[in-house]
Design a protein around this ligand. Structure first.
Ligand SMILES: Cc1cc2nc3c(=O)[nH]c(=O)nc-3n(C[C@H](O)[C@H](O)[C@H](O)COP(=O)(O)O)c2cc1C
Length: 371
C-alpha cells in the first residue's frame, strides 16, 4: 500500500491532495475526494464574485448547498455543513483553499474566522475539517491564527524563496507549484521537474513537508513526485475532469478535448494564467501581447485601457463557460489536460492512480537494477 508522511500527517489514505479550484466551491468534488481517501479541498474564491459576476456567485453558493441570497457567513456555514454531512460516514478529511493576496486580505480573514468558529462549535467537525490551505500571497501574517486554532497549514509556492518564507512563517506543508499548473501561474515560471526537487532539497532537515503540483495527473506522475522526494502531490486539472466535479460541462469537456500542446499562457484576472487552447484563448493571448506585453516579461504592467479590455474579455469568457457558449468560452486548465482523456468517478480515478503508482514503484527496481 502506497504511504507517505503526508498520509500520516493528515490522516488520509493516499498521498494525494485534490486542489482547491475556484470559482465554484467544489463541494461535490471535495466530498467525493475526501471519501476516496485523499485530501478534499473546498474553494472559497467564488465568495468575492457577488457584485462583479453574479452568475458565478450564484453557482458558487448553489454548488455549496446555499442560496445566493444568504449572507456570506451563512453560505460558508452551509458549505461546511454539507461537506461534513457528506463525509462523516467515511470520516473523509477536508479543508479550504483561501487566497490571501493583498487585495483579498479582508475577505481571507473573514473566511478563516468563519472556518475557525464553525469548527469550534462542532467538535466532530474538528476530526475531519483539518486543513487551511493558503495561496496567492504572503504566508507570514496567517500562522498564529491558523495554527493557533489547531488547523494543519498548507501553503502553495512557486519558488525555493517562497518555500523558505513558509518555513519561517511556520507552514506545515508547502506545495511547490510548477508552471505546468492550471489557471493562475507564477510570474517567474519554473516547471515541476526543477522546482519540486529544489524545494525538497531546501526543506531537507526541517519539519516542513513538501508536495508537488503542476502536471501531476496519474500514477506515473505521482510515482515521479515521490521519486523526487515529495511527500505527495496536489492535482487540479485531473480532478476537474471527473464525474462529481462541480465544474460546468463545457469546462470539463474542454479539458478532455485538449490535445498535444493544448494550453497557453495569457492574462487571467490577477496575472498570468494557463488556458486551454481554443480560438478564444488564442485571441486573448494575442491581445495580452498587444495590450500588456509586460506579462510575458514577468511584470504586471499598468492597469491601462488595454488591461481593462482584457479583464472584460476574461469575465465574458468565464460567463460564457457557464452559459454553455463554446464560441466565447475561456477554459482554465493545466498542461496535463493533454493527458486527461476521460471523466471518471473520483473513486475510480484515485484507485487507478494509486494502483499504477504502486506497480511502477515496485517494478522500477526489478526493471533497472541489475542483480
Ligand atoms: C480551474 C482551476 C481553478 C483554480 N483555482 C485556484 C484557486 O482558487 N486557488 C488556488 O490556490 N489555486 C487554484 N488553482 C490551482 C490548483 O489549486 C492547482 O495548484 C493546480 O491546478 C495544479 O496543477 P494541475 O492543474 O496541473 O494539476 C486552480 C486550478 C484550476 C485548473
Amino acid at each position: 500500500m502506497l504511504k507517505s508522511k503526508l498520509c500520516d500527517f493528515l490522516g488520509i489514505k493516499h498521498p494525494i491532495i485534490q486542489a482547491g479550484m475556484g470559482p465554484f466551491s467544489n463541494n461535490k468534488l471535495c466530498i467525493a475526494s475526501a471519501n476516496a481517501g485523499v485530501l478534499g479541498l473546498l474553494s472559497t474564491s467564488g465568495i468575492n464574485t457577488k457584485d462583479s459576476q453574479p452568475g458565478i456567485f450564484k453557482s458558487f453558493a448553489e454548488t455549496g448547498g446555499a442560496s445566493p441570497d444568504d449572507d456570506k457567513e451563512t453560505i460558508f456555514r452551509k458549505i461546511f455543513k454539507q461537506t461534513f454531512e457528506g463525509t462523516k460516514k467515511k470520516k473523509g478529511i477536508f479543508g479550504i483553499n483561501v487566497m490571501v493576496s493583498a487585495e483579498l486580505k479582508d475577505s481571507a480573514e473573514f473566511i478563516i474566522n468563519t472556518a475557525i468558529a464553525a469548527r469550534e462549535e462542532n467538535p466532530q467537525l474538528k476530526e475531519q475539517f483539518k486543513v487551511i490551505f493558503t495561496s496567492a500571497g504572503d504566508p507570514m501574517p496567517w500562522g498564529e491564527k491558523i495554527k493557533g486554532a489547531g488547523f494543519k497549514w498548507l501553503h502553495v509556492v512557486p519558488s525555493v524563496k517562497g518555500a523558505q518564507r513558509c518555513q519561517k512563517a511556520g507552514v506545515d506543508l508547502v506545495v511547490a507549484s510548477g508552471h505546468e499548473g492550471g489557471f493562475h501561474t507564477s510570474w517567474e515560471p519554473i516547471h515541476s521537474m526543477v522546482l519540486l526537487p529544489a524545494v525538497v532539497e531546501a526543506m531537507a532537515g526541517s519539519n516542513v513537508l513538501v508536495a508537488g503540483a503542476g502536471g501531476f495527473c496519474d500514477g506515473k506522475s505521482l510515482a515521479a513526485a515521490l521519486a523526487l522526494g515529495a511527500a505527495g502531490v496536489q492535482m487540479g486539472t485531473r480532478f476537474l475532469a471527473t464525474e462529481e466535479s462541480d465544474f460546468a460541462k463545457l469546462w470539463k469537456e474542454g479539458v478532455v478535448k485538449a490535445g498535444d500542446r493544448g494550453t497557453l499562457v495569457a492574462r487571467g484576472f490577477v496575472g498570468p494564467a494557463r488556458w486551454v487552447k481554443t480560438a478564444t484563448s488564442l485571441k486573448h493571448q494575442e491581445n495580452t501581447l498587444k495590450y500588456t506585453p509586460e506579462l510575458y516579461l514577468d511584470r504586471p504592467g499598468e492597469m491601462n485601457e488595454g488591461a481593462l479590455k482584457l479583464i472584460a474579455n476574461e469575465i465574458e469568457g468565464m460567463n460564457a463557460v457557464y452559459a454553455g457558449d463554446e464560441s466565447k468560452a475561456l477554459i482554465a486548465g493545466g498542461e496535463c489536460a493533454q493527458r486527461v482523456n476521460d471523466l471518471p468517478k473520483v473513486q475510480e480515478l484515485v484507485d487507478r492512480i494509486v494502483k499504477d503508482a504502486e506497480n511502477i514503484i515496485s517494478g522500477l527496481a526489478k526493471k533497472h537494477i541489475a542483480p
